[in-house]
Design a protein around this ligand. Structure first.
Ligand SMILES: [Zn+2]
Length: 406
């Protein structure tokens, strides 16, 4: 028996639309699980004197030896998590003058996690983006069912101008890092909704900080000591902006909530606060976060990490990933109120988001359609809708996006 339902377009609460628009024309190997196919796509990515940029490398499928990449013309390959990258010898020679620190440190996972904003700026500097390109990227998002995409990594005032020129200011909301924020003018700062900090890395780079080591022996990264994090969080509230903290591993989520509790004690409560991803949040920490008024922003598509990162997650962790049922049924979280949903662009669009919400690898990860709509959809049908066919037996969904106009 199939269920048929109409839902609003998506409001993606965690994305990087400018980054993805900028890189939209770079080859993306995220769906390529076969190395020779990946190498042939890489071979096809070189044109002229420019450095070739390849996105979406998933190292659970295959790795690259430095010597094999050095045979290519200048080339940069980004891990699908955007938390690690490979720069071959040709590209290092071209970049060492402008990005000496990055060229010296890109192999050092802890350095990359401590300098996320610099790494993102590096990615963005490789390919300029025009207002036209941004507009066509938002057309593409709309066709995938995404109307609103919150910008989690604003590059600076220039990016706001590009959104204005493309008439897209009503389809996003801007968050940026503290350093970028502090270099902006008062008028620019007024356009910023919130500040984002990183407490740990990502599963794709084995740098999210779990209580146990990864199967490879890697430990993951905590970007800050408690005292540093306390000061940074306090600075964000002092400038009167909303806070978002990226924390994936259980150790990192524990740290963030522990420090937020200390901050709350010192200043009679918190400003508006979100924890991003929190894939391995424990029941104890979830209840504490709820009592502090912390909103969680999570990605149903990351439930699939339980399958694709089986090669690295410690024993028992696949089942603990994205514990939506615990959060909603036990810790008191409510979808659309203090549990919000987004994609992180991995991938964008309603199809993967909905299918992984309704039919995830583990029962503890299931969301109902109502919860999905509350946490992930626009509140109206003004710009279009999505017709959904749910096949509970096959565990599949079909989606058809209908737009009013573009
Ligand atoms: Zn993100």
């Amino acid at each position: 028996m199939k269920r048929v339902q109409r839902i609003p377009l998506l409001k993606d609460h965690h994305s990087h639309p400018f980054l993805y628009a900028t890189l939209a024309h770079c080859p993306d190997i995220s769906s390529v699980s076969n190395k020779s196919e990946a190498l042939s796509r890489i071979r096809g990515s070189f044109s002229g004197e420019e450095i070739a940029v390849v996105m979406g490398w998933n190292d659970s499928y295959f790795g690259f030896a430095e010597c094999e990449l050095d045979l290519f013309p200048p080339l940069v390959i980004f891990n699908i998590s955007l938390h690690s990258l490979l720069i071959n010898v040709g590209a290092r020679e071209m970049l060492v003058g402008t990005f000496p620190e990055l060229v010296a440190n890109f192999r050092d996972g802890a350095w990359v996690e401590r300098n996320t904003a610099q790494v993102l700026n590096f990615i963005l500097s490789m390919k300029p983006c025009s207002a036209g390109q941004l507009k066509s990227y938002f057309h593409r998002l709309a066709r995938l069912g995404v109307w609103h995409a919150e910008e989690m990594s604003l590059k600076g005032a220039g990016e706001i101008e590009l959104f204005r020129a493309a008439s897209l200011l009503d389809r996003t909301r801007f968050r940026t890092d503290l350093t970028t924020f502090e270099t902006m003018t008062d008028a620019g700062q007024e356009q910023i909704y919130g500040i984002k900090l990183f407490a740990d890395g990502a599963l794709g780079a084995r740098s999210a900080r779990l209580e146990q080591r990864y199967l490879s022996g890697a430990e993951g990264v905590l970007v800050y000591a408690d005292e540093e994090l306390f000061l940074l969080i306090s600075r964000v509230f002092d400038v009167g902006k909303a806070l978002a903290v990226h924390a994936i591993g259980d150790t990192a989520v524990d740290q963030v909530v522990r420090v937020l509790e200390q901050v709350a004690n010192g200043r009679q409560g918190l400003g508006e606060t979100r924890v991003e991803h929190c894939q391995f949040i424990s029941p104890h920490t979830a209840r504490k976060a709820k009592s502090l008024g912390i909103t969680l922003c999570m990605q149903p598509n990351f439930s699939l990490d339980s399958l694709c990162y089986r090669d690295r997650l410690p024993q028992g962790y696949c089942r603990l990933n994205n514990p939506f049922r615990m959060l909603l049924d036990e810790a008191g979280y409510a979808a659309g109120e203090d549990l919000l949903l987004g994609s992180d662009g991995m991938p964008h669009g309603v199809h993967c988001a909905l299918e992984s919400a309704l039919f995830p690898p583990f029962p503890g990860q299931v969301l109902t359609l109502d919860e999905f709509v509350a946490g992930y959809c626009m509140s109206d049908y003004d710009n279009g809708y999505i017709d959904v066919v749910i096949d509970d037996v096959a565990g599949k969904v079909e989606t058809q996006v209908v737009l009013k106009e573009l």
